[in-house]
Design a protein around this ligand. Structure first.
Ligand code: ZN
Ligand code: ZN
Length: 179
């Protein structure tokens, strides 16, 4: 299953550091189903990494705890390339991100609407991206569509608002070049 088949992701309540996410995904059978994925499966498995590496999104530094880093992924990251990124609308800047910060995905018109909870400012943004942008680590669209709308903090309300607004909203193209 590819990340772009996910429809919603929600960390299960219980701890300050969510380790398990309840996901809803689009199944090849045509229905959507619920499942559980761990934080590691979401963020590290697509990179061929095991857990035990801490990528500090605030300082943009890799802080390895274990030595099981995939060489290729490590080389990319040290060169300043990020496996995933998005454009934070409230902050007006691109940010690196991990799939565990995605919370809603909606396909349409050959593209993918992507709701992201910013790991830095905690606010939500909606980008319109290619499927590859989500599914292929280190493939970052040069430009993404940005929905010029600040969404509510309440996740359920946001998801409904997102679905209602997304494909009728006006997008603005922003460059996704990370410094
Ligand atoms: Zn199915
Ligand atoms: Zn932000």
């Amino acid at each position: 299953m590819t990340l772009s088949a996910f429809r919603t992701l929600e960390p299960l309540a219980g701890t300050g550091h969510p380790v398990v996410f309840r996901i809803r995904f689009a199944c090849p059978c045509g229905d959507e189903h619920d499942g559980l994925v761990s934080h590691d499966e979401l963020d590290w498995a697509p990179l061929g990494l095991e857990g035990g590496v801490f990528l500090n999104l605030m300082t943009s530094r890799v802080e390895p705890i274990a030595t099981e880093l995939s060489e290729l992924a490590a080389a990319h990251i040290r060169a300043g390339e990020w496996p995933w990124s998005f454009f934070c609308y409230p902050e007006e800047r691109p940010r690196p991100v991990f799939p565990s910060s995605f919370f809603v995905l909606a396909p349409g018109d050959g593209a993918l609407g992507l709701g992201v909870r910013c790991p830095a400012c905690r606010r939500t943004s909606v980008n319109v991206v290619s499927h590859e942008h989500v599914d292929v680590p280190f493939h970052n669209d040069r430009e993404v569509g940005v929905v010029e709308h600040v969404f509510a903090d309440d996740v359920q309300a946001t998801i409904e608002e997102f679905r209602a607004e997304l494909w009728s909203a006006r997008f603005d193209a922003r460059r996704l070049t990370l410094e």
